[in-house]
Design a protein around this ligand. Sequence first.
Ligand SMILES: [Zn+2]
Ligand SMILES: [Zn+2]
Length: 359
Amino acid sequence: MADSKDGVREIRINPIVPSESVLVSTARGLRPRKEEAPVERDSREHVEKCPFCVGNEEMTPPTVAAWPTPTDWQVRVVENLFPVLSPQQDGNALNFGLQKVIDGYGRHEVVIDHRNHGIRISDMEISHIEGIFSVFRDRMQEIYASDTRIKYVLVFKNFGAAAGASIAHTHSQIVAMPVVPENVVNELTYTRQYYAKYQQNIFHTLVDEALTFEATIYDRESGEVRRKIDVGQYIIERGEYFIAIKPFASRFEWEVQILPLMHQADFLDIKDEHLKDFATVLKHTMQRLNAVLGGMQYNFFLHSLPHSVEWQDCGASYVWHLEICPRTSIPTGFELGSGLFVSTISPEDAAERLRAVKL
Ligand SMILES: [Zn+2]
Ligand SMILES: [Zn+2]
């Protein structure tokens, strides 16, 4: 990108969800954000009093699922001790006037990602990462099948205090919800509209553009290059079945998304033979992010086709994906008040720095 001395100042519209936009403002002195300091990582392998460490299984609620086996677990799923949603709801939520309430019915599980207390995903064996995501898939499958009131199963991970992790032992969470989350609804709605209009799946179009698109845009008056888009400029990692992309417009400056190259709307469609490639792309992406950002705190979450009937017609227009959102700064009043998030590094520069990391 032509980066003048003043830097870039432009509002970019998210192509998937046009109601979301980001202000890319790389000019010095225009940094309204407070940087989130990297954390000192708890890299201990075993912590005596940690409820998620091996040997302390009696400190957690009973095991719901384990991989590969409960006795020799490498990944273990337990009920969350402090669930945000619970199956023990009476279902009598009261509606009054403008106060509409949906019963807080659901499930909340914790996935203990690894026996090793402080291990990072970037340091895990690829076969282990495959195991974690096969557990996610199998839990989602079972939860959807067990209860038709569940409209969405959200899988996510908080890593680091700034990302909301309260227990240092590496873990992910599964929340089964009685509603489809608003941001997934937006993705489904806009991509369905796009499909109806162009008979194309926008996720595939985006990936195709990232793989093939090349353009130079000149300023009409001065003839200077205003923007240069190179082939592969937004690609961070490419595997046989999966690709990691730095979105052209995303709320988090270092956000990276991993998508399948083949058509899959529902994460439950991922086959065992795809998992290794997915795990490899994820591990390499995390290695790159860690190398550039240091003690990175982050969230990741899995967006997939909901199983509730009202979204069943989105099978052709949607593609599941993993969003990885490093938490490098705290949103400011400007951002929360305007909904316009600020990126102080251009997505093109961020992608270039991630790609430049030698693995
Ligand atoms: Zn632990
Ligand atoms: Zn998403």
